[in-house]
Design a binder for this molecule. Structure first.
Ligand code: 5GP
Ligand code: MN
Ligand code: MN
Length: 323
């Protein structure tokens, strides 16, 4: 749907509305789902946010976050489900979403539409920025601080504080409007980036010792084993941002972060400086994402996973060198 059509559809919704987002929720996932909750509630709708995975502690400043339920499955029936920041059904983490009709609001280039209605804008910085435009078309007087703060938060986290290539003049314009409506930039920064626990640094110390290079220094990779989390009593979400260390090295084109979820199960995060489209690489392994940030989940032995991944990355480097 177009933004206008999506606005009309959302305005017309009736009955019980479920909102959900992707597992291991990031700022854009939390910001868009809770932002829509606060907005639609103000519009008089019956809405409930249910997520599959625990909410990282540093999002606890977001208005409405305490009403979000975290569950392994959803048993009750809804009339509608709104799924934000999700490009494929399995990314919600739920086996099934019991709703008569489904709506997706997303911005991934690898999006594979799986809902009755959807809007996907791969060019936009974040699901939150897209959501702001749609909300404005519905009724801009409803965008108060409770809506502006979560939406602003998602834009900040998905743009790396307005510094990734997905940051456009329009992104800054939307941020300006959100600040006018009550979003406080430093409140967001203080909560998201300045509440580190010492455990996170202990974990970083262990993870940085795993730093290795591949493909002649163009790839740098780090690994977090489950035992590191146990040893340092760190939370899984406290690895957020670690991948920026290998990416920040001169000469590195692609950074990789291998995270052991459980024995033989891995989450792989990819970051590019632009020469390689890591979304397409991730897609070959059943994942997806954006040109410069992508990921996938896989099973097996870490050495085999590395070999398969580096082979695919080599193919991409060969393509560039032929240009
Ligand atoms: P992160 O590495 O921070 O978890 O994710 C970076 C980006 O890659 C996110 O925008 C996310 O959408 C995408 N991504 C990460 N993991 C997966 C995955 O397992 N499947 C898909 N489709 N996308 C992923
Ligand atoms: Mn996300
Ligand atoms: Mn996003």
């Amino acid at each position: 749907l177009s933004r206008e059509e999506m606005a009309e559809l959302l305005k017309s919704l009736s009955g019980k509305i479920l909102i959900t987002t992707h597992k291991n929720p990031d700022g854009d996932a939390i910001g868009s789902s809770v932002g829509w909750r606060n907005f639609l509630k103000k519009l008089g709708k019956n809405v409930k946010v249910i997520l599959r995975d625990r909410i990282p502690y540093f999002f606890d400043f977001i208005p409405g976050i305490n009403d979000v339920e975290v569950r392994e499955e959803i048993s009750e029936e809804f009339d509608w489900v709104i799924i934000t920041d999700v490009s494929e059904a399995k990314r919600t983490g739920f086996e099934s979403l019991p709703a008569k009709r489904s709506i997706v609001i997303d911005h991934h280039i690898t999006a594979e539409p799986f809902s009755d209605y959807y809007i996907v804008e791969p060019e936009i910085s974040s699901t939150c920025e897209l959501s702001y435009h749609i909300m404005k078309l519905i009724d801009e007087s409803l965008i108060d601080r409770n809506v502006a703060l979560p939406i602003y938060t998602g834009i900040v986290t998905d743009t790396g504080s307005f510094s990734y290539t997905n940051t456009s003049p329009e992104t800054h314009h939307v941020a300006s409007e959100l600040i006018k409506r009550g979003a406080e930039p430093y409140l967001v920064r203080r909560n998201i980036f300045e509440r580190n626990r010492i455990n996170r640094f202990k974990l970083l110390e262990l993870v940085l010792r795993t730093l290795e290079f591949a493909l002649e220094g163009r790839v740098a990779h780090i690994t977090v084993y489950k035992r590191f989390l146990e040893e340092t009593k760190a939370y899984p979400e406290e690895t957020e941002g670690f991948i920026n260390y290998p990416r920040s090295i001169e000469g590195v084109e692609v950074a990789v972060f291998f995270k052991e979820i459980e024995e033989g199960k891995w989450k792989v995060s990819l970051r590019s400086k632009g020469s390689v489209n890591v979304a397409f690489v991730a897609k070959r392994f059943g994942g997806g994402g954006h040109v410069m940030a992508a990921g996938f989940e896989t099973e097996g032995n870490l050495e085999d996973i590395k070999k398969d991944l580096f082979r695919e990355l080599q193919v991409e480097f060969d393509k560039i060198s032929k240009l």
